[in-house]
Design a protein around this ligand. Sequence first.
Ligand code: PMP
Length: 401
Amino acid sequence: TWSAVPAGPPDPILGVTEAFKADKDPRKINLGVGAYRDENGKPYVLGSVKKAEEILTASKPDKEYLPITGLPEFTKKAALLAYGAESAPLNSGSIAVTQSISGTGALRIGGAFLARHYPHSKVVYLPVPSWGNHTPIFRDSGLEVRGYRYFDKGTVGLDFVGLKADLQAAPEHSIVLLHACAHNPTGVDPTQEQWAQISDIVKEKKLMPFFDMAYQGFASGSTDRDAFAVRHFVSQGHQIALAQSFAKNMGLYGERVGAFSLITSDAAEKARVDSQLKIVIRPMYSNPPLHGAQIANTILGDKLLYSQWEGEVKGMADRIISMREKLYGTLTHDLKTPGEWGHIKSQIGMFSFTGLTSAQTKALAEKAHIYMTADGRISMAGLNTSNIEYFAQSVDAAVRG
Ligand code: PMP
């Protein structure tokens, strides 16, 4: 029956982990997948998460189904975390929000909802490059995917001129996907001044802004600062769509905790949108998982746990920033590696777009047992004081050929 089914290519990001697992060399390093690792290279369960689980266990919760749009206490707190206590649409009750299967599920719900109900366009513009899963998520949602310029290989920074030109040239009312902070894979974010200009273009061209916020708190260490772009757009009257993930900032990767929200014009419109979100979600997976949402809800709802969590998010962000400084220093000062490495320090969030070529990344895997995606993206979280010297020396060797 299935003899005509062709073999598909391995996932470009998860495939890196498979190659890493197969390598038996003790020096091996996995810089492929974007999951935080502690100072010893181990997965990190946050103390606030462990405490929340203890509180939950003690309360002997049942395992009943959640409603289609998830745990209402959780989605309320998730929206507050993203939009902030001052948010006008939040306070007027005009934000429709649903729990989702982490950030991916939020993007997919949003894509499917827009494909079905957004009356003006079926076209979504993604930054080039973007997270590899964005294209299939939106394409499989029924939207046409196009790109806008984002990254300038020459400066290893933002191509702001190209970005503005492409958004200005997009058909009116197109959907535009924006990474709220810690752009994946480049680590390059617009400045606050540039965000204000992007907001003006989006307004002028009546574009539909869809924010993907997978790293709130992870970029700067502050959940408020990282929400700047989202809150600025909302303050300018944009009715944004927003995908949130708690995978990175709470370390809840496998628990699949997220939220999708959409700003509407008033409470009556919100109620209609809510009813249609349910109709989108029900045939996809009926209702979302319970446990992770309860963990996040417990942390967000308890003053002490909340401040412990804020400290832990900052701790993760700070460790990554210190690895950036160490790597930059070792390459430029100690090894005098040919090339310009300032971007390692200036890039933001979990990833660095190193500028290494695909031939160099291949050589690093084969000769040094160091694994990253072929575009030269490294997950900074995979580096620590025990492996960073070896990594820098291996990069130096690869660059010198
Ligand atoms: N968006 C971006 C930009 C991401 O980097 C990721 C995770 N790699 C996600 C969304 C979704 O992740 P998850 O589904 O695990 O929340």
